[in-house]
Design a protein around this ligand. Structure first.
Ligand code: PMP
Length: 556
């Protein structure tokens, strides 16, 4: 292709595939009729309202007008896709004749460009970024061939994380006569100007953005192409007519109404990005933490497999990018919440991976978190005795999850437990180790026990009744009189319940007497867990006596 400087939509028309240029898009009766109607009998929908019985608007006007305000781009220049993966595919379908065209991408970069190219039978020309992942526009332009229709640039780039130099991108826009796509999926984390402001000056520029990252809407699948009006209207004519569902449009509009919440989250993520980067760069095992303008860090390790496995073993999944060009030995780590980043740092710094070690992190107030790893299980527990929140419980055992949730709900405490255990063997190690970790964690959170109620509880559960007597005074005496009828309750072995409470009481240093009876094992056990939870909630709650240690000895 030769250089051309036309900035009119006419130029774009000449770049479109011939069949696309001549296409007559699918239209609906509602497209053709601009007035508002009362009765819709045009689209063979079900007339009875349930919130989703009507097709969504194919043009998403509500969503586009909000995006237009936030992005300061006229709505006519915004295409809304099912994630930005949709406009990536559409770029090939609009501009690249299958089997007769090529695209250039600067590698390493986002993998979907080459996948979409392959699906559309478009040849991929890979041009390497410099070793520090900066862009050499001169090198890239020298690789343009006669059939090159599109150049894909990703800034900030995935997986390297860096913004590409603005001047180098401008040089490509000034010198390439085909379509240049600048994918700004991560632009909100960069704090730099978007290329979207330049679409009038460069009509062959297509800027991609997404609601999946900074805006926290990955589940809604909303991606944008910001481009010349002609490109937007042709994309709209080629896409599936109803590509964004009623529910997704409505929820996205709702979330967009509070962009300040998004800005706060982005600020927090950027702060955490710096903290995580500096903590990781202090580790011997880390060779390089590449500078990032995105919400992830590309990190080169001395032994990336070991780092990956240790994180994996602690229940943390990161992306191995070592096979990408220039990314040997690299893992890509998304910046998480402060607590999640703390976990990454402590696992990689070796504080959490010493075989049978227990780490306890007393936080503010009566909170504690604990990670316990053995050859059989990896258990994380987090408790907050003073603030209730819906429990997050995942042990791989459905019935056990349900029972542990009772402790959170009925204890009125925040309780999160994740256990990866050897369930292929049986449920024993998982249940025992959860009990141990939970006991340790509760004990840690209780601290000096000042002000606690100390005792508590009994309750009926349908025909069953459960008594749980508890003393957090520090002496251990476990008693269990809970006759069960079957070998299992749900997916848990019946004999594991007494073992669970025994292990828990030993690690919580608590005197625990459990008595229950009934006809139905599920009721009996659920009654026990609920009564235990109530007893615990009562025993850990602070009494009007304030900070007095509840013992005449003066300590517990
Ligand atoms: N572009 C880049 C650079 C990405 O990293 C991603 C997702 N990882 C996307 C586009 C696609 O995002 P979505 O389809 O969720 O909008």
């Amino acid at each position: 292709m030769t250089r051309e400087t036309s900035s009119a939509s006419e130029g774009i028309k000449s770049l479109l595939r011939e069949n696309i240029r001549n296409i007559v898009p699918y239209s609906t009766a509602r497209d053709d009729c601009k007035a508002r109607m009362d009765i819709y009998l045009d689209a063979n929908e079900n007339p009875y309202p349930n919130g989703v019985n009507r097709y969504p608007s194919p043009h998403q006007p509500g969503l586009k007008s909000k995006l237009s305000v936030i992005r300061k781009i006229p709505a006519g220049n915004i295409f809304v896709g099912n994630g930005s993966d949709e406009p990536i595919d559409l770029v090939f379908r609009l501009f690249c004749p299958p089997g007769k065209s090529s695209m250039i991408q600067a590698v390493p970069t986002y993998g979907m460009y080459s996948v979409a190219a392959a699906i559309n039978d478009v040849r991929v020309i890979n041009v390497p970024l410099n070793p520090d992942f900066t862009l050499d526009a001169g090198l890239l332009l020298s690789k343009v061939e006669e059939d090159t229709r599109v150049i894909f640039l990703c800034s900030p780039n995935n997986p390297s994380g860096n913004l590409l130099d603005r001047g180098e991108i401008l040089s490509i826009l000034d010198n390439f006569s085909g379509i240049t796509v600048v994918d700004e999926a991560y632009i909100d984390f960069a704090g730099s100007d978007s290329f979207a402001a330049l679409i009038e000056k460069y009509p062959r520029l297509i800027v991609l953005q997404t609601m999946s990252k900074a805006w926290g809407m990955a589940g809604l699948r909303i991606g944008l192409a910001i481009a010349d009006k002609l490109t937007v209207s042709v994309m709209s004519g080629v896409k599936y007519p109803y590509n964004v569902s009623v529910l997704n449009q409505a929820r996205a509009e709702e979330l967009l109404e509070n962009p300040l919440a998004m800005y706060d989250r982005v600020r927090e993520i950027r702060k955490e990005r710096s903290r995580l980067a500096s903590a990781l760069s202090c580790l011997d095992r880390v060779v390089t933490v590449y500078p990032s303008d995105a919400n992830f860090l590309l990190v080169k390790f001395r032994d990336k497999d070991r780092a990956f496995d240790e994180l994996f073993g602690a229940g943390i999944i990161v992306r191995d990018r070592s096979s990408a060009y220039g990314c040997g030995d690299c893992l890509r780590i998304t910046v998480g919440t402060p607590e999640e980043n703390d976990r990454v740092i402590s696992v990689l710094s070796g504080q959490e991976h010493t075989g049978f070690a227990v780490q306890k992190g007393p936080g503010k107030g009566r909170t504690a978190s604990c990670f316990r790893k053995t050859g059989e299980t990896a258990v994380s527990v987090r408790v907050d005795l003073d603030n209730f929140r819906k429990p997050e419980i995942a042990t791989g055992l459905h019935f056990f999850n349900h029972m542990l949730e009772q402790i959170g709900f009925h204890g009125g405490i925040a309780l999160d437990i994740v256990c990866f255990g050897d369930l292929a063997v049986d449920d024993h190690h998982s249940i025992e180790d959860v009990a141990i970790a939970l006991g340790d964690c509760l004990k840690e959170a209780l601290g000096d026990k000042a002000g606690i109620g100390r005792y508590g509880f009994c309750l009926p559960m349908d025909e069953a009744e459960a008594f749980v007597l508890m003393d957090l005074g520090g002496r251990i005496d476990f008693r269990w009189e809970v006759p069960l009828h079957g070998q299992t309750v749900g997916d848990v072995s019946s004999q594991m319940f007494s073992h669970f409470f025994k292990s828990l009481s030993e690690h919580l240093n608590c005197n625990l007497h459990v008595r229950a009876a009934g006809d139905n094992d599920h009721h009996i056990i659920e009654g026990v867990f609920k009564a235990f939870a109530r007893a615990l909630g009562q025993a850990v709650s602070r009494t009007p006596s304030g900070n007095v240690i509840p013992s005449s000895k003066g300590w517990l």
